[in-house]
Design a protein around this ligand. Structure first.
Ligand code: ATP
Length: 780
């Protein structure tokens, strides 16, 4: 083959893992190599040549001692599948396999060696150990497992069988070895460098999922419907199931830092969602760490790339919490540079609402207060009035969810209002009294020169809904009259247009009805108008919505991500149990669940630590955190979550006494990576750490005693509060990448598992040991 001129060089998924384990100078040389290769693979110094016995696999010189292994996928498309020491490349060339998966149509590369040989190799070897050498004459794909890979009762996958594994997408050549797997250890060795599909399927089966579940949740979403031409690498390269970096960028990112992988290797399920065209609003749900934010960011980039250049920001990227906005901006910058960021309005939803009311010169100089401050105001007012029929929390929620939530402006409107999910039934007379109290309350806020964020959102939604109505009316007239039709006094309508071409929402489960009304009014109803990602299991602000009733119709355009990239299998399993038997909605009057939620990462099990007194608990916290720091130093990435602000303060004081620096997680994400991050549970939304300790997980604190008291008085509200408290704990627990510890003093929270097997007593401290540390192979 003769090659001339420019080429594309992409990196195959998992090759980055092997390359990162190479000596630093070699990695440096790869950057230079890939640049020269792209310029012209035929450059003599690259010594680009086909490997004997292979049609499409080539080697090229990286340094005098290292060779790149490159797959030619057709035309000028090349894929870097690995880098090996020169003396290891040219012998036994048939151990390299480049192939196309028959189920997914993805390109896969493997280096296989007998497991006896791999024991003698350095731990970072990139080869996949197989149970026994294959017979020389073995065809590339075999219908059944050979006799030397016994299908014995000890085999972990005996119940699935070779045919079952094949159907699920396990790489053909690895099926005999998979059938011989009899322990977690051999499984982990087999999958370390196996193609990702094989890894996902085998781990899910090992975690106890049945054939049908795996087929439905893992295989079907990425399987290709048509028969796969296993010789057409060009077609395979274009399939979402082939995980490669983009043609010209990112290779360096992926090699340098495993935490940059998100920029480079989207999972096929993620990639599909990013690039699809939707006939209207679309929703992506999925458990914590499944890459919803990553998909939202890639989606923003994709949408911007489809738009012609414009002076204004045509895409809105928004979310609920302030500290996440900074993170979104940072990540978008990493993904697409300043040029991309300049084209996107990245703002949290309440700030957007404030901007709108300010621009509309509404609200004057009123100061904003949050829900908690508003509830305090309710409390003060009720005390002053001597009103005891209702408590402040109830009235605050009624005002927020029913009145502001549905944009109700009149007493009669309130009499007709739906109160779905609000619990306690109320009579007409009671509604009349509540309306009176609400009017008093809003006057009171007015007099004090304050208003709540919800009031601001509702006002902004009204402003934008009026604007949208004018735009639509204008359009209708234009259509009717075939030209711009503007009456004299309607000149102000001229030039009116929707604020954005596309809107992307992260953490969508926390937005209120007024927020959705606002967003709906800021983008025209058309293809790809609104893309939202969220998980109702993580809803912590009590904003229940029915999206279709707010004009955001996602029916038929909902998808779910199921593979967690953050949390280990151990943490994920325990965290799911924190959710109990509650049921969860999909933001649209249907139910949602976490079926298929899984991980391929491994770490220590969740650890529970019981202390006798609060003092002892603080000692335990300091001891565990010190242990992580001793072991990992500044890389420890430790966070402590506590239920209350006062406990956050106590933890920080205790850490200081133990010689540990800490920072509080506030409304700006804490930046100092060498310090321990400490914050209330609410602050943990959207963040992630290697090590997380949740303190104060005691009965009466999680959930609060006030919630428990609602049990008989208002069962529906009780359920809802309980659910919120479980979600809060779930959110904090799923921030942990490598290790999670939950501590308490006194009686444990009823949300924690009741079996005491994994509970250690904090007394004596000696029980807090190496089980808190991740095995070295935990990540990547
Ligand atoms: N395709 C990918 N490859 C590598 N890493 C990924 C990928 N997708 C996501 N991640 C990583 O997984 C972690 C979780 O991703 P992300 O924050 O997008 O999840 P999420 O679903 O939004 O989580 P949560 O609901 O808990 O906020 C991040 O560290 C991210 O970089």
């Amino acid at each position: 083959m003769s090659v001339h001129g420019k080429a594309t060089l992409r990196l195959l998924d998992k090759a980055d893992k092997q390359i990162r384990a190479l000596p630093r100078p070699v990695k440096g040389a790869i950057y230079d190599f890939q640049y020269r290769f792209r310029e012209n693979p035929a450059t003599p110094g690259l010594q680009f040549k086909r490997l004997q016995g292979h049609d499409l696999l080539y080697s090229a010189r990286v340094t005098s001692d290292y060779r790149a292994l490159i797959l030619h996928a057709g035309d000028n498309d090349y894929i870097l599948v690995g880098v090996r020491a020169r003396q290891d490349v040219y012998d036994n060339l048939d151990r390299f396999r480049t192939q196309i998966n028959e189920v997914t149509g993805a390109i896969e590369f493997l280096e296989i060696v007998p497991s006896t040989e791999i024991d003698a190799q350095p731990p970072e070897t990139a080869a996949v150990p197989v149970a026994a050498p294959e017979p020389e004459s073995a065809p590339p794909s075999r219908p059944t497992a050979p006799a030397n890979a016994p299908d014995t009762p000890q085999s972990m996958f005996a119940h699935i069988g070779a045919e079952g594994l094949r159907e699920l997408g396990v790489t053909e050549v690895l099926i005999p070895s998979a059938m011989a797997v009899d322990s977690e250890e051999t499984l982990l060795r087999l999958i370390k460098y196996a193609p990702s599909m094989t890894e996902e399927v085998l781990l899910a089966l090992a975690d106890g999922k049945g054939f049908d579940e795996v087929l439905e949740q893992i295989t079907r979403p990425v399987a290709v419907p048509e028969p796969v031409d296993t010789s057409d690498f060009g077609a395979a390269l274009r399939r979402p199931a082939t995980r490669v970096s983009t043609e010209d960028t990112d290779l360096q990112d992926a090699i340098e830092d495993p935490f940059n992988r998100w920029k480079v290797f989207l999972h096929p399920a993620q990639r599909k969602l990013v690039r699809r065209s939707y006939k209207g609003p679309a929703r992506v749900s999925g458990g914590p760490g499944t890459g919803k934010t990553i998909v939202a960011l890639h989606r923003v980039k994709y949408l911007v790339e489809q738009l012609p250049p414009a002076k204004r920001k045509q895409v809105l990227l928004t979310t609920f919490t302030t500290n996440l906005v900074a993170d979104l901006r940072k990540r978008l910058l990493e993904l697409g540079g300043q040029e991309l960021v300049d084209r996107v309005d990245i703002v949290n939803i309440d700030k957007l609402a404030s901007r709108i009311v300010t621009e509309a010169a509404l609200g004057g100089r009123r100061r904003r207060i949050n829900d908690l401050q508003a509830t305090d105001e309710w409390r003060d007012m009720l005390v002053e009035l001597g009103e005891t029929s209702w408590d402040a929390e109830f009235l605050s929620a009624e005002w927020n969810q029913v009145i502001l939530g549905q944009g109700i402006a009149t007493r009669s409107g309130y009499f007709r209002a739906r109160r779905a999910g609000r619990g306690q039934r109320i009579s007409r007379a009671q509604r009349a009294r509540i309306w009176e109290l609400v009017e008093r309350f809003t006057m009171r806020l007015n007099e004090k020169g304050v208003w709540t964020y919800r009031q601001v959102a509702e006002t902004a939604a009204r402003v934008k809904a009026e604007q949208a109505a004018k735009i639509e009316e204008n359009r209708r007239r234009e259509e009717e009259h075939g030209a711009v039709f503007l009456h004299r006094q309607e000149q102000s309508w001229a030039g009116l247009r929707y604020d954005y071409e596309h809107i992307v929402v992260d953490e969508a489960q926390d937005l209120s009805p007024a927020h959705w009304t606002l967003l709906r009014a800021m983008v025209a109803e058309r293809d790809d108008d609104i893309f939202l990602v969220g998980d109702t299991h993580q809803r912590i602000y009590d904003n229940h919505v029915s999206l279709s009733s707010l004009g955001v119709n996602i029916r038929g355009r909902s998808s779910r991500l199921t593979l967690s990239y953050r949390t280990t299998r151990q943490i994920l399993g325990s965290a799911m149990r924190l959710l109990g038997d509650e049921s969860w909605d999909d933001m649209d009057d249907q139910s949602d669940d976490l079926a298929g939620y899984r991980s391929v990462l491994t770490g220590p099990p969740l650890r529970f630590l019981a202390a006798a007194t609060p003092e002892e608990e603080l000692d335990t916290v300091a001891e565990v955190v010190s242990g992580w720091h001793r072991r990992y130093g500044d890389e420890a990435a430790v966070a402590v979550a506590a239920p209350t602000k006062s406990m956050v303060g106590e933890v920080q004081r205790r850490l200081l006494a133990a010689g540990l620096r800490s920072v509080t997680i506030g409304s700006d994400a804490a930046e100092d990576s060498g310090s321990v991050h400490v914050g209330t549970l609410h602050r943990f939304k959207g963040l992630e750490y290697r090590h997380v300790l949740i303190a104060g997980a005691a009965d009466g604190i999680i959930p609060r005693a006030a919630v428990t008291r609602l049990r008989d008085a208002d069962p529906l509200r009780y359920r809802r509060e309980l659910q919120k408290a479980r979600s809060l704990l779930f959110v904090a627990a799923t921030r942990a990448r490598d290790a999670l510890v939950i501590a308490w003093s006194g009686t444990p929270s009823p949300f924690l598992p009741q079996d005491t097997e994994s509970v250690s007593s904090a007394q004596g401290g000696g029980t807090i040991d190496g089980a808190l540390f991740a095995p070295d192979n935990a990540m990547f």
